[in-house]
Design a protein around this ligand. Structure first.
Ligand code: KIV
Length: 287
């Protein structure tokens, strides 16, 4: 476990890329999980709009609001003061206009104190990226499978399987890097294309389902701890089975309440010596 004393910055990640040191990134949405992430020594936390599916039970990220993202980012920021926290712009918080993008990115900074903003899309979001950067914030691009626009891909499909799709992605990656993005996330991209982009760009390129050749890896915490039940993408490795641990604990509790085994005397408070007799006397007198 690597307890950090100083929060990494964008410069730290740049150096890690140059030195071939992998960047460790996970999502978190709440105080306890983010504090465990910091204790575990992860480098970055994403307060992803995946919170819509992992925390709220929506069947996509589309319904997620700015308010929800800000609330959860605030919890994470409090829990992980020494970890680089990235806020995720939810659907329709930046697509409509550059003004919306700057205002909502600014809310993440002012209200939740995040270190960077992530938004989905390639060339088509370059004006928004430039405007957020001009306002002084750090931006992480996100291309490949972009969950807010899965309708256009016909579902959750891997990207970069053909030469044309790979070349389109390279154009998007270059456009984002030229616009000034300081981090780039590739989601569900074939490793040869992801490796090419990582090599070609000077900025750190992170992978979620894009293979081992990127500068670092991201996983959704609810997947990696085995909490999210609806489906498991191919790129996920489960490191624990929290769903089983929690369900078993609750089932045992239910059984003990029903049998009377819980609470035991050690789970209850004692009256001071002689007070029960005095108490009975008092209540009897009042009757
Ligand atoms: O919201 C999120 O967690 C994300 C990841 C799927 C990359 O954007």
């Amino acid at each position: 476990m690597g307890l950090k004393s100083k929060k990494p910055t964008i410069v730290s990640f740049q150096k890690m890329k140059q030195q071939g040191e992998k960047i460790v990134w996970i999502t978190s949405y709440d105080y306890p999980t983010a504090s465990f992430a910091e204790q575990a020594g992860v480098d970055m936390i994403l307060v992803g709009d995946s919170l819509g599916m992992c925390i709220y039970g929506y069947d996509s990220t589309v319904p997620v609001t700015m308010e929800q993202c800000i609330w959860h980012s605030e919890c994470v920021r409090r829990a992980a003061p020494n970890t680089f926290v990235v806020g995720d712009m939810p659907f329709m918080s930046y697509q409509r206009s550059v003004e919306d993008a700057v205002e909502n990115a600014g809310r993440f900074h002012k209200e939740a104190g995040v270190d960077a903003i992530k938004l989905e899309g390639g060339e088509r979001v370059v004006p928004q990226v430039r405007a957020i950067l001009d306002a002084g914030m750090v931006v992480c691009g996100h291309i490949g499978l972009t969950p807010q626009s899965t309708g256009q891909f016909g579902g959750y499909k891997a990207q970069g399987r053909t030469a044309e799709s790979g070349a389109d992605m390279v154009r998007d990656a270059l456009a984002l890097a030229e616009a000034g993005c300081q981090l780039l996330l590739l989601e569900a991209v074939t490793p040869p294309v992801a490796g090419y982009i990582t090599e070609r760009l000077d900025i750190p390129v992170l992978s979620i389902g894009a293979g081992a050749d990127c500068d670092g890896q991201l996983l959704i915490v609810s997947d990696l701890i085995g909490e999210f039940q609806a489906f498991t993408p191919k790129f996920v490795k489960k490191y624990a089975n929290v769903a089983e641990v929690m369900t078993n604990a609750m089932a045992e509790y239910a059984a003990e309440v029903r049998s009377g085994a819980f609470p035991a005397p050690e789970h209850t408070y004692k009256m001071k010596d002689g007070e029960y007799e005095r108490f009975l006397k008092l209540v009897e007198e009042d009757r």
